[in-house]
Design a protein around this ligand. Structure first.
Ligand SMILES: [Mn+2]
Length: 340
């Protein structure tokens, strides 16, 4: 395991004031790390990297996510330390916890915890969503970062913690997944330089890619073919639409994790500027999760915000209530306004 000293690493952004976060961490002994519901690679990777850094700094740390760790990220070191579930007082022991750190989450509600969860300890909000609601007692929100994982890289340097191979692996997963494998415009030269540092420190791009992208389940592939059957185009071919309803979950045996990445197929079509994926909330009747992806100029973050959600320029989402037909009509109208 190679460990590079922090003195040899250059932060992605030199002008970020990490002091409020450093002070909050220094003042805390027992820390809980949490990320958003249905966590993605950025939320989980950030959590694993910071967990290790805080342990190394002598803190008592634990991790809790309402939805645990998706299967494709369970290979990450420390993933087995995450506790899961709704907070009912006994599922998460917050006794003596003196700092909660929320990672990669734009709004407190997206953490999936009730108010009681936040009653005892200050909340440090570290995120890169432009739409972040600044819900923490301390907010380190910077939309210039391509991923919260990239913020962890700079935070490690600010903490003076060496970058271990397992931290590098976790940050690599976070940045790879949030930049569509270093393809989005957020993947700047500085991000590639950081990726080189991560690889030097022990992150292995191909084994990581196999875990994340080449480990689809059989039921997931069934879901993929069923979902692609729903593909439809609107707005003169500039929007592409796919859908997943309850029957498709039942017929394929797939679960919500198997729908990850399906929207990329819709966006991949020539001429498509906006891809839309509407899927039923498998836990709540009458609720629909709507995901958006933009290709070039379209700001789907603003589109999602208009519908009560949020996100980034090229990737965003919202939750809507109604029948599939009524939700679809509302979203179609909003997308048409954006594209015409
Ligand atoms: Mn993110």
């Amino acid at each position: 395991m190679s460990v590079r000293s922090e003195s040899r690493l250059t932060p992605l952004l030199a002008d970020v004031d990490w002091q409020p976060a450093l002070d909050a961490i220094a003042a805390a002994e027992r820390i809980v790390l949490i990320t958003h519901c249905n966590p993605d690679g950025d939320g989980i990777g950030s959590q694993m990297a910071l967990y290790e850094a805080l342990l190394a700094a002598g803190k008592a740390v634990r991790m809790h996510n309402r939805d645990g760790v998706p299967r494709i990220y369970q290979f990450l070191t420390h993933a087995d330390q995450v506790t899961q579930g709704d907070f009912h007082g006994d599922s998460v022991d917050l006794d003596g916890v003196d700092l909660i750190i929320a990672l990669d989450c734009g709004a407190r509600g997206r953490l999936g915890m009730p108010d009681a969860f936040y009653a005892g300890a200050p909340l440090l909000n570290i995120d890169h969503h432009a739409s972040n609601k600044r819900f923490g007692d301390i907010n380190l929100v910077d939309a210039r970062y391509c991923a919260t994982g990239a913020m962890m890289f700079d935070l490690l340097i600010a903490m003076g913690q060496p970058l271990t191979a397992t931290m590098a692996q976790a940050i690599y997963v976070a940045v790879m997944t949030d930049t569509a494998s270093f393809r989005l415009s957020s993947a700047t030269a500085a991000v590639y330089r950081m990726a080189a540092d991560l690889i030097d420190a022990g992150a292995e791009p191909w084994p990581i890619s196999v875990q994340v992208y080449e480990s689809r389940s059989h039921s997931g592939l069934k879901m993929l073919t069923a979902c692609l059957d729903t593909l439809a185009f609107r707005d003169g071919g500039r929007s592409a639409w796919i859908f997943v309803d309850r029957d498709m979950y039942e017929n394929s045996g797939a679960d919500v994790e198997d729908t990850e990445g399906l929207i990329d197929y819709a966006r991949s079509v020539d001429g498509v500027e906006v891809a839309v994926f509407i899927r039923c909330d498998e836990t709540r009747d009458g609720y629909w999760k709507v995901s958006f992806r933009g290709k070039t100029w379209a700001d789907v973050g603003a589109l999602a915000a208009e519908l009560g959600g949020g996100g980034h320029k090229h990737a965003a989402g919202c939750v809507m209530q109604g029948t599939l037909a009524s939700v679809r009509t509302q979203v179609e109208q909003a997308v048409a306004r954006l594209l015409h």
